[in-house]
Design a protein around this ligand. Structure first.
Ligand SMILES: Nc1nc2c(c(=O)[nH]1)N[C@H]1C(S)=C(S)[C@@H](COP(=O)(O)OP(=O)(O)OC[C@H]3O[C@@H](n4cnc5c(=O)[nH]c(N)nc54)[C@H](O)[C@@H]3O)O[C@H]1N2
Ligand SMILES: Nc1nc2c(c(=O)[nH]1)N[C@H]1C(S)=C(S)[C@@H](COP(=O)(O)OP(=O)(O)OC[C@H]3O[C@@H](n4cnc5c(=O)[nH]c(N)nc54)[C@H](O)[C@@H]3O)O[C@H]1N2
Ligand SMILES: [Mo]
Length: 756
């Protein structure tokens, strides 16, 4: 667990090679050669952009894992489902299911049957169409999307849902950066970041808040390394001293293999879990004090007067807050806040990056808004080298939203869709992820269709969601690999296997490519070259078109087959509807793609008063009674969301078990817990009579460098501890990172879950 060890380096190379070898070199190597290259496919790992001068290798250890898990030569053959009843498969672990390889043909679980069995594509589409047409209302179907889906598939998916008659389009973004989108839109009129990679070359201070790029966005470390080398300051604000942020050895540089690595975060600010608002308020309060001492030198008054609203009320609010409360809630001393304010005041081009450590709290939206307040105070928006950078998760989660995967899409999008396609587009808001969970559980929805993802494992309150899916009349999953959600079947269930990013997609007019939008609003193409894992696989767009035709039959005027025969035609339709996609086909032919408009980058704010608005989040009260702890759930270095590659978390020094809880040594002593002791974790939400609890068992205690009073477990093993109604105000993002827990000796020490 040594903190000063560098991330990356030779270990990263060894791990990359190991995963590629395990997957089968014949497929993994050709795929890795073209990942993120011009003419190649977009890495399915994360949404961090590639630079304009691409190296021969444009992937990282964890991108290589994502690629090689898709290119695996293992296959789920016909006998697999015939010999294993669904009930038996449900007992298997996430890792085991993933390890069975690529799904080779469409399968169906018929009512009353114990096994999935093969079905033709035509019959599969027919079954879905018949059930959907038989629903009492289109709103009784849920169309979920995970963020790996291409723009083309996402566009068709929402088009089908809306032509069918519903806005029920929950997606993984609801559990992820929804708090960023909501918070930013209110303040600056757009729910996206405003910086590009070139801004990272100019910044003199980069804040990395609530993010672990060493594991989750490793290519970002290269950008940070370049910045650090030219003297840019990097500050990590996090309850954990994440290894990749402390010291980094670039695995593709010779010095990175043998040297000590580059020191990245010059400053580590160990904030308490949930303490960011207090910390940011403290820094801003100190900043205002500096301004008072040196009027006109600290704040960007010109920017504030010309472009912002609400400053006076914001400043008054800050004035009234007690320093002691800020110190207590953040765990950071006033002196440290002062030093951070001084550093910020000395810096002229500041980028703030953040991820799940900010968004997945009850006050996730306010967390994001407080970061924006800080940026606005010194005009760090709409100038080179400065601005907000919410670092997205899934590789096309941002693009999916741009394409209309949104349960509350803006009226201008819906009107444009109606105008282009000529069917009545429903206006009633659809279900987000939380609302979909409830609707399924309460029997208010009968059909769940998943375009990728692992809904039941990623959402909170696992048993609640499982029961909801079991109640469905029909569940349908378009997927590459088997996962647990596929096995939580409704009365009837289908698994429809699709092509992955790495594979060749040939339609009637010839080979096709798709497009994606990265975290910095750049739209570019992605084209796989590998032979499909099975000749039976179909592309996501063609599967959607098949379902749409079988459901809508002659009642649709949308030329589903033609749109899929040539994706250029599909892109022409996107161009007609989505602003910023003018000349889509021409511009996406450009190897670097094109960047969508980001008005705030030109200091234009499409808010109701045309200004960037200072917000006044309240200091949250996090009530952690004596004897309880505040727990966050995080990703290990060896997983991709619900896909678990191994039980190790190399950078945190944890091996062989994911059902662990990381605790401060003194908290362990105080609670009478010894290392490796099996524990039962109970979560507590609400107060008094309204208190809700959830339990998991068989977690092992580990002493770790966490702030006092805080605890850490892994996603998804601890998801059962988060009740469905514990989410961020306004954004509905589940509060996966602020769970009040108590610990007790295990009732059942052997409960090392079979599903770890
Ligand atoms: N290899 C790999 N890459 C991935 C993923 C993956 O699973 N594996 N997932 C993808 C997806 S969908 C996403 S959304 C991103 C996720 O990327 P991250 O957001 O980096 O992922 P998490 O593991 O959730 O880490 C959150 C970080 O926030 C910190 N944190 C928790 N609570 C707080 C808090 O209250 N305040 C502050 N300041 N920090 C806090 C944690 O210590 C941790 O370092 O990564 C994407 N990339
Ligand atoms: N406790 C806790 N829970 C969390 C989080 C957390 O930090 N803590 N993070 C949340 C976040 S940020 C997110 S984004 C969600 C993720 O939620 P999801 O996006 O639903 O989950 P994933 O694990 O990314 O989905 C993986 C599955 O996608 C399928 N798949 C893979 N590639 C493809 C493809 O190319 N096409 C298709 N059609 N299918 C494919 C495979 O079947 C695979 O099993 O989880 C959320 N849940
Ligand atoms: Mo995410």
């Amino acid at each position: 667990m040594s903190d000063d060890k560098a991330a990356g380096g030779i270990e990263a190379i060894v791990q990359t090679a190991r995963h590629a070898r395990r997957a089968g070199l014949a497929r993994a190597l050709p795929a890795l050669r073209i990942v993120n290259q011009v003419g190649g496919f977009d890495c399915p790992g994360c949404a961090w952009p590639e630079g304009s001068d691409r190296g021969a290798i444009e992937f990282c250890e964890n991108g290589a894992k994502a690629v090689s898990h898709e290119t695996t030569t293992k296959r789920i053959e016909r006998e697999f489902f015939l010999s294993s009843p669904v009930a038996a498969l449900r007992q298997q672990s996430h890792r085991w299911l993933e390890a069975q390889g690529r799904i080779g043909e469409p399968v169906i679980l018929r009512p009353g049957s114990a096994h999935f069995e093969p079905i033709s594509w035509g019959d599969a589409f027919g079954r879905i169409g018949e059930t959907l047409r038989g629903l009492a209302s289109p709103d009784r179907a849920v169309f979920y999307t995970s963020g790996r889906t291409s723009n083309e598939a996402a566009f068709l998916w929402q088009l089908f849902a809306r032509e069918f008659g519903t806005n029920n389009l929950p997606d993984c973004s609801n559990m992820c950066h929804e708090s960023s989108g909501t918070g930013l839109t209110e303040m600056i009129g757009i729910g996206k970041g405003t910086v590009g990679l070139d801004d990272f070359e100019l910044a003199d201070l980069i804040l990395v808040i609530g993010q672990n790029p060493g594991s989750n966005h490793p290519r970002m470390l290269t950008t940070l390394q370049e910045a650090a080398r030219r003297g840019c300051k990097i500050v990590s604000i996090n309850p954990l001293r994440e290894r990749g942020l402390v010291r980094f050895k670039h695995p593709q540089e010779f010095s990175g293999i043998i040297g000590n690595g580059t020191e990245l975060a010059n400053q580590f600010v160990r904030v308490k879990v949930g303490g960011d608002i207090a910390l940011l308020k403290g820094i801003m309060k100190q900043l205002l004090a500096l301004e008072e001492a040196r009027p006109g030198e600290i704040l960007d008054r010109e920017f504030i007067e010309a472009h912002c609203s609400g400053f006076d009320a914001f400043a008054n609010d800050l004035d009234e807050i007690d320093d002691a409360a800020l110190e207590h809630d953040s765990g950071i001393s006033r002196d440290e806040m002062r030093a951070l304010a001084e550093l910020y005041a000395r810096s002229n081009r500041v980028i703030a990056c953040w991820a799940m450590g900010l968004t997945q709290h009850r006050f996730g939206v306010e967390n994001v808004q407080e970061v924006m307040n800080l940026l606005l105070l010194r005009g760090n928006l709409g100038k080179p080298g400065a601005g907000p950078c919410p670092v997205r998760g899934h590789s096309n989660v941002q693009g999916d939203r741009t394409m209309g995967i949104w349960e509350r899409a803006p009226e201008r999008f819906l009107a444009a869709l109606e105008n282009e396609f000529g069917f009545p587009v429903p206006r009633k808001a659809g279900f987000n992820t939380i609302e979909a969970m409830h609707a399924l559980h309460r029997g208010e929805a009968d059909v769940f269709l998943g375009m990728g993802g692992n809904f039941a494992v990623a959402t909170p309150d696992t048993p609640y969601v499982e029961a909801g899916l079991n109640r469905c009349r029909l569940t349908v999953h378009v997927a590459t690999k088997l996962n647990r959600t596929h096995l939580l079947t409704g009365r009837e269930s289908l698994i429809l296997p699709c092509l992955g990013r790495t594979e060749r997609d040939v339609q009637r007019s010839g080979p096709q490519f798709v497009t994606v939008e990265n975290s910095m609003s750049c739209v570019h193409r992605s084209q796989g070259r590998l032979e499909p894992a099975s000749p039976q696989l179909r592309s996501e767009p063609s599967i959607i078109a098949g379902i749409a035709r079988a459901t809508l039959r002659e009642k649709t005027n949308t030329p589903w087959e033609n749109l899929v025969a040539n994706y250029d035609q599909l892109r022409d339709r996107i161009e007609a509807i989505v602003p910023g996609f003018e000349d889509f086909n021409e511009r996406v032919a450009n190897p670097g793609g094109f960047v969508l408009p980001r008005p705030p980058a030109e200091r234009r704010f499409e808010t109701f008063d045309g200004k960037a608005r200072f917000m006044r989040p309240r200091l949250p009260t996090i009530d952690v009674p004596e004897g309880r702890l505040l727990m966050m759930t995080v990703r290990s270095h060896d997983q991709y969301n619900t896909t678990i590659y191994s039980d190790d978390d190399r950078y945190r020094g944890i091996h062989g078990n994911r059902r662990v809880i990381l605790l401060h040594r003194e908290d362990m002593q105080q609670l009478g817990i010894v290392a490796d002791q099996p524990l039962r974790i109970t979560s507590h939400f609400g107060r008094g009579d309204a208190e809700q609890t959830r339990r998991v068992d068989g977690f092992r205690a580990r002493s770790y460098d966490v702030p006092r009073g805080c605890a850490v477990t892994y996603f998804p093993e601890a998801n059962a501890l988060v009740p469905a109604d514990q989410f961020a105000d306004k954004s509905f993002t589940p509060a996966y990172k602020s769970i009040v827990i108590s610990l007790a000796p295990s009732d059942n020490p052997g409960a090392e879950s079979p599903r770890a």
